[in-house]
Design a binder for this molecule. Sequence first.
Ligand SMILES: Cc1cc2nc3c(=O)[nH]c(=O)nc-3n(C[C@H](O)[C@H](O)[C@H](O)COP(=O)(O)OP(=O)(O)OC[C@H]3O[C@@H](n4cnc5c(N)ncnc54)[C@H](O)[C@@H]3O)c2cc1C
Length: 501
Amino acid sequence: MSNNRMRTDVILIGAGIMSATLGTLLKELAPDWEITVFERLADAGDESSNEWNNAGTGHAALCELNYTVEKPDGSIDISKAIKINEQFNVSLQFWSYLVKSKLIDHPQDFIMPLPHMSLVQGEKNVAFLKKRFEALASNPLFEGMEFSDDPKKLQEWVPLIMKDRTLNEPIAATRIESGTDVNFGALTRMLFDHLKRKHVDIRYKHHVDDMKRTSDGSWELKVRNLDSGTVERHVAKFVFIGAGGGSLHLLQKSGIPEGKGIGGFPVSGIFMVCNNPDVVEQHHAKVYGKAKVGAPPMSVPHLDTRFIDNKKSLLFGPFAGFSPKFLKNGSMLDLITSVKPHNLLTMLAAGVKNMSLTNYLIQQVMLSKEQRMEELREFVPSARSEDWDLIVAGQRVQVIKDTEAGGKGTLQFGTEVVSAADGSIAALLGASPGASTAVHVMLEVITRCFPERMTEWEPKIKEMIPSYGVPLMKNPGLLREIHASAARTLGLSEGMPLPMA
Ligand SMILES: Cc1cc2nc3c(=O)[nH]c(=O)nc-3n(C[C@H](O)[C@H](O)[C@H](O)COP(=O)(O)OP(=O)(O)OC[C@H]3O[C@@H](n4cnc5c(N)ncnc54)[C@H](O)[C@@H]3O)c2cc1C
């Protein structure tokens, strides 16, 4: 190997929450491994993980109605809600471990307790919410959830939403105090600061252009230094593509067969933000509604209290939109250059199948501020235009692939790990439930890519995540202990259930 190639054990592409989490886990499991990170932007957590580019919901299925669907027999399927809640509990445990071990501090800078609520109007929706509540409330994971269809109670829970509201149809809500608002941008930066202290080589303004396998099965990356314009070659035995919207192109460059036939469809997000303290003070919750007919699941409207830089604000949205860019700081050519001979038919099939989604997104892009205000007024009837500003959030690239259930060109709304059979490279695609489940997803990367190490690493993983391998739903005692510990270390005491006496 020539001298200008730099060798390291692990390369992480992208400095978002996923690489931050994987790097931190690996440094705990294999402290001697050398890790290099390449990030095209000037800082960590500036794309989707940035606090203003996502909604900061700690997704634990406490309020998102799209995680519980009504089955044809009228019963509610809560399996997805259970899965996501279990996964969020994995994140909570890992973050608690990081604080307890003093690897990061000031948890209040990245996580705050905040009630999570679902709110619906109309007889049919109220009946659905009640059934959903009954299906969840008896499950230990959702302990403490309350339901009310009494406007007086709702006035107490969400005064801003009830103010000036004409009640000409039934209205109901569920509320649970153990929800959270998470500043994923701050958490990402904290984790990268920690990695820097652990001597991880973090190179900002470095764009990974290309990659190829070397004769010994390692990966050689062609990396462009965006300041000097010089091209560097870096080699590692393991590469994680945590490039967010940039992951699909890099996966395609790797040429691994597992990456063939996959396409991506970008959906952008726009929020409205309110900084008027008089309005902000009247609301204290994340309140999720029901998605409009034809809207993709990530466009469920919600009104959130946000805690960013010790300041409270309100966020409403997201309004979906269309831009061919795969990253907020990406290129208008991203979508077109992601179409390859191996995914062309899949992409065409997805285009035909999703005409209504495309129309919906185009309609959303065309909305004027006043039209967006009208949608906001369905939540906050008293909202005044002058109190609310539009902000452009991040891009979410939805995975398109052929599936047995959905057929050719099925649009997926989840998060997906794609890895080579030999575990030498893995990529994360998709964006939902996203950052909230980063720890679970990165543990999946580790399990898939380092199977031979798992016996050795398991005790450490269990120290960091006591519920590792154990469904919490079936272990209410452990669940209570974990919540009590998270409440203490992360300052979430407001709503976490207390341990059994
Ligand atoms: C509108 C919106 C709302 C959301 N709301 C929530 C929410 O409420 N809760 C939640 O849990 N999740 C939410 N998400 C999802 C969440 O933000 C993402 O899942 C998460 O931030 C993805 O992290 P990441 O590290 O994979 O990607 P990113 O944070 O996007 O990081 C990827 C990094 O890779 C870099 N990069 C890309 N290509 C290259 C290259 N070739 N070379 C070097 N660097 C490269 C980018 O510059 C970027 O910094 C939301 C997302 C959006 C867009």
